[in-house]
Ligand binder design. Structure first.
Ligand code: ZN
Ligand code: ZN
Length: 367
């Protein structure tokens, strides 16, 4: 099931090859002759959209939306792909979708790549070298050619929340028994109240293709306020994954994240020395969303018959990911640790058994 996309093309004025977005710049560049072409920004503002109007509109489920069929303008090859941009698998020319299926939410904004391939490789190299107890073969992962610049879709959510809660406030007090020993007790009081908060740009992944645990580590510092309004030029020469997590599900994840913050607010509101939370009932209003494309250098490598992922933020160069552990190196370290402990114990015992010596540690120092 595919639909054809003629694709956006950015031919080089000098040599006719396809231009690619150059990380860290606001220009397209030709990989063959180096020609630069400034990207003209068409729309300034990134807009948070009203969730209620999207939620009430019927959409086909994401799984029924056909894949894109890209036709390479350089070699004519057809590529079927679940992406919004890719490179031709035969000639490496960039292909970028020029329209979005009406059943999909189109990307609203993009954080263009700041970190280029060489810098990403350098950060990866530092990360790999600083991993303790990694197998030697893993130390060559940074030489792998699989470093792919990929825009990963994320949902961002805004909401005004109002949460009614019930719980208990614990206050400490001290009692003294007949022997004069003080002990601490807690007196509990019923507590109820309301807390409110406005959330802005809670970022959650919109794809299951990459580990959420690692994405969330990168996601703590995405500067969503710096996102630019979506323009296909930023995608040229890079991969862009279509989202596979529906916005409804994304909102569910965002609410879980908000709930953790709300619970902290409730505990602060209850006050006292300890808190018990019995119930929190949150109502959400003014919910806004957008689909953002965030830049990640992806490395997938095979190790021990399993595939592993490492992510380098295309914004900050921060690295997170999976790494193998060397059973040999860990075992060796444990043995060394045991030997050191045994030697220490030996000397302690020795110095104890020479008890009666006037100087401490004399049993050792005397030799
Ligand atoms: Zn050129
Ligand atoms: Zn091609």
């Amino acid at each position: 099931m595919t639909e054809q996309s003629a694709g956006q093309t950015y031919p080089c004025n000098t040599c006719g090859a396809q231009l690619e977005f150059k990380p860290g710049s606001s220009a397209l560049t030709c990989p063959y002759c180096g020609t630069h072409q400034q990207i003209e920004l068409k729309r300034r503002r990134v807009v948070d959209r009203d969730w209620a109007s999207l939620a009430s509109k019927p959409r086909r489920p994401r799984s029924e939306v056909p894949a894109n069929l890209f036709v390479c303008t350089q070699c004519g090859a057809h590529t079927e792909s679940d992406t919004w941009s890719d490179v031709c698998q035969f000639c490496d020319a960039p292909v970028v979708a020029d329209e979005f299926n009406p059943d999909l939410v189109p990307p609203e904004g993009v954080l263009p790549f700041q970190v280029d391939r060489a810098a990403a490789r350098e950060r990866l190299r530092e990360w790999v070298r600083s991993r303790w107890f990694a197998p030697n073969r893993f130390k060559h992962v940074d030489e792998a050619e699989s470093l792919k610049s990929t825009y990963l879709p994320h949902w961002t959510w805004d909401a005004d929340t109002r949460s009614r809660y019930t719980g208990q406030r614990g206050e400490h007090y001290y009692v003294e028994d007949s022997n004069g020993n003080r002990s601490r007790r807690t007196r509990w009081h019923l507590a109820r109240g309301t807390v409110s908060r406005s959330f802005d740009d809670v970022v959650v992944p919109a794809t299951n293709h990459v580990s959420h645990a690692y994405l969330e580590k990168l996601g703590e510092d995405w500067p969503t306020g710096q996102a630019l309004a979506y323009q296909p030029e930023f995608l040229s020469g890079h991969h862009t994954q279509r989202y596979d997590i529906e916005p409804e599900q994304g909102l569910g994840h965002a609410k879980e994240r908000m709930a953790r913050v709300i619970e902290r607010d409730v505990r602060r509101d209850i006050g006292g020395d300890e808190q018990r939370v019995h119930s929190i009932d949150t109502s959400y209003s003014n919910i806004k969303y957008k689909l953002l494309l965030l830049p990640v250098w992806l490395v997938v490598y095979l190790f021990g018959g399993k595939s592993w992922q490492v992510l380098v933020s295309g914004q900050t160069g921060r690295v997170t990911g999976e790494r193998p552990w060397s059973a040999w190196k860990i075992a060796f370290a444990v043995v060394i640790g045991l030997v050191v402990a045994a030697v220490a114990v030996y000397f302690i015992v020795l110095s104890d058994s020479s008890g009666g010596s006037p100087t401490t540690g004399g049993g050792v120092g005397g030799y």
